[in-house]
Design a protein around this ligand. Sequence first.
Ligand code: ATP
Length: 349
Amino acid sequence: MSAPALEIDGLRKTYGDVTALDGVSLTVPEGQFFGLLGPNGAGKTTFINVLVGLVRKSGGTARVFGHDVEADYRRDAIGLAPQEFNVDRFFPIREVLEHKAGYHGIPAAEARERADEVLKQVGIYGKRDTRFDWLSGGMKRRFLLARALITDPDLLILDEPTAGVDVQLRRDLWELVTDLNEQGKTILLTTHYIEEAERLCDEVAILDSGRVRAVATPDELKDRGSDRISVELSASPATLPDLLAGDDRVESIDRDGRRLTVVARKGGLVAPQLVRELDREGLEIVDLEISRTSLEEVFVEMTRQGGGEQATEASGGHGGGDGDEATSGDDNSDDARTERRAAADGGVE
Ligand code: ATP
């Protein structure tokens, strides 16, 4: 059996006094579409940067397809579409891609073919001779994806790929990344758009203040929140019978005249039982409504304490770990690291 796409155990990263990752452990099977959710400053970008060799971990282990990210880094296996537009702006985009392919050891003729292929894949082949800063914002996002795909990586990392793009483009990008996942690529996505995680991800981890609060499918997470069942009865009962007794999913039952409100986990499963019991008591229902907790509510609840307390941005915090060396005291200056860093972020700036 092949190794999981990601095997992370007790991963830690400190930048001086700031603990960005505080013992993160998680496993992502090959082929999964995995989401990393968390408020600003939760540690998502740091996590990604450790995986792609941009940031040196302070402790723990991180393996990608069984290979340690520091001792045995496989740069061709991972494609990163970063948050920042870290692209050489002055060259035609096809050349930027050829350059990157060459950097990964792909011969020139094949590099051109590969560049054309990925530009077609993301739908901007028509712009191949245009320089990056003349692309629209949406095309720039597509280009970052094309660049991440140039080595045909098995793991595609998307750091807020739809930040600031319009609804139509967001949907187009969703379709594109869904296709890539269906073709077998493992995808690690960070996003602030809960709807995005809900639509795309098989599983999500909620990260807060450098710790994993939960790993589950979006549906399982929603099951942890409280749903609201509102029932309107045809008449106000003189006394309310003891409903749903002993059901530990039920948090509260309130009555206001003819209206009953039950707050419970897994409201969809509790409601039929409630209906049966009311029927047995001879109470007629004229209206019933269940409002499910949204993933967003669960997310807010789980990350409330963290409250973005670590969100004080250190300068250079997202752009490739420039502040890393200065604050951590890590020795990141060797050539191999510089090369790895350049490879991971496009190698052109
Ligand atoms: P966002 O959603 O805002 O992008 P994030 O979840 O990606 O946030 P990180 O960028 O990983 O969070 O930051 C985690 C913590 O580490 C923050 O407190 C941040 O200020 C700090 N940090 C990140 N990079 C550096 C750095 N290079 N030097 C010093 N501190 C850093």
